[in-house]
Design a protein around this ligand. Structure first.
Ligand SMILES: *Cc1c(COP(=O)(O)O)cnc(C)c1O
Length: 410
């Protein structure tokens, strides 16, 4: 009989978002009149902007005529998009990244989940706690962990606790690790890392010949000029880091699908014979073998984000969300919560300060205010006691949610 990948049985049964959905549906069944405000989603709500839509339509139009029709494109993405990325996202920020080091893909979720394929089975993987659940779950699926332990941790993974005490920047691991997932601006905590803080990690990776997998999906939300947008703004990062970027949160592409991964040609890792070999050709081989490129109209639409109008328009959508984040921060602070994030990231992370667990707070907010958020413990054991609100809601809903929370009795 065919055998199942046993690693899938190690996965936690109730994944965070289905469990939230279940509790909300149950509540709705008992209270069909309740007007529920959803502040839990990690999905955008504002539409694609006019410049993006125009380019998208042009791309579709070109596909309709024999003279401009396109079949398979280059697996790594069209040059026009990769060059726009290299120029705008890297060269203009002083980061030395070339167009041919960029791999355009259909999402950072896939890329962060697939990247472990080019690494050996015995690497020690370190993950921030709390974190975007994809890093842990795909490590489990790929057989890079042991069983799930009673305390919520997987055997074999190194967890890097991020909490109010360390400013949500983890301490360097005590023992040597080989692969480090870092995400800034961070999902779920909405916090950022300075150049000095990232330099510490780049230097650690250099000393230990480790590789940093840097997820920068929220870089467009940074407004503080001192905060780096890319790991490659840090000296030495070309030798130790892979970076993931996505147009999902930058420009509302969650349903359109376009992202990219950067692998510098100077990044090396150890081969079986002990020599140092570049990782670039491996990902090139993987990408061209298992992926056939993002659709042409979508890449045209993505390139339009870099046009002057496109830049202005995405900035204005981001301001809309960041105004929501400001309202969340101000109101939650006034109510006496300990509030983090929400100034250079769309997520506001807070602690009830009343010793209530994340799920108890979830149930209280759902039952008494009809407001849905995301329990921090769903992102990892160190998220216990914390809660996440997303600013990807409408302005009206944010105001309504805050008004309801102010009336809660504790
Ligand atoms: C939303 C998000 C992404 C983007 O995923 P896509 O597959 O590109 O939509 C990547 N990383 C984090 C941490 C995210 O929250």
């Amino acid at each position: 009989m065919a055998q199942i990948n046993e690693n899938y049985f190690k996965l936690q049964a109730g994944y965070l978002f289905p469990e939230i959905g279940r509790r909300v549906r149950e509540f709705q069944k008992e209270h069909p009149q309740a007007d529920i405000v959803r502040m839990g989603i990690g999905d955008v709500t504002q539409p694609l902007t006019p410049a993006v839509i125009r380019a998208f339509h042009e791309g579709v139009e070109e596909m309709s005529k024999a003279g401009t029709f396109k079949g398979y494109g280059p697996e790594q993405g069209y040059d026009f998009l990769r060059e726009a990325i290299a120029k705008n996202d890297y060269k203009e920020r002083g980061a030395d990244i070339h167009a041919d080091e960029i791999f355009v893909s259909d999402g950072s979720k896939c890329d962060t989940g697939n990247i472990l394929e080019i690494f050996g089975q015995n690497n020690i993987i370190a993950i921030q706690d709390p974190a975007y659940p994809v890093y842990v779950d795909t490590s489990v699926m790929a057989g890079r962990t042991g069983e799930k332990l009673g305390n919520g941790y997987y055997d074999g993974l190194v967890y890097l606790p991020c909490n109010a005490e360390n400013g949500f920047i983890p301490e360097l691991p005590e023992n040597k690790v080989d692969i480090i997932f870092l995400c800034y601006p961070n999902n779920p905590t909405g916090t950022t890392a300075t150049k000095q803080e990232l330099k510490k990690w780049v230097d650690y990776a250099k000393r230990n010949k480790a590789v940093i997998l840097y997820d920068s999906a929220y870089e467009a939300y940074i407004s503080d000029p001192e905060i780096p947008h890319s790991i490659y703004e840090i000296e030495g990062a070309r030798e130790v880091a892979i970076e993931f970027r996505s147009f999902s949160k930058t420009a509302g592409f969650t349903g359109t699908r376009c992202a990219y991964t950067v692998i510098p040609k100077s990044l090396v890792a150890s081969a079986p014979d002990g020599s140092e070999k570049p990782l670039y050709p491996l990902w090139f081989r993987r990408h061209t073998t298992k992926f056939n490129g993002v659709s042409y109209p979508v890449q045209k639409a993505a390139a339009a984000i870099y046009s002057p109008e496109g830049k202005e328009e995405s900035k204005s959508t981001i301001s809309y969300y960041m105004n929501n984040a400001r309202i969340l921060r101000e109101n939650l602070t006034q109510m006496g919560f300990q509030v983090f994030g929400g100034t250079n990231a769309p997520y506001v992370w807070f602690n009830s300060g009343r010793g209530i667990s994340s799920w108890d707070l979830f149930d209280k907010l759902l039952n008494e205010a009809h407001v849905v958020g995301t329990p921090g413990s769903g992102f990892g054991p160190a998220g216990e006691g914390y809660f996440r609100f997303s600013s990807f809601a409408t302005h009206e809903n944010v105001l309504e949610a805050m008004a309801r929370l102010k009336n809660l009795k504790w």
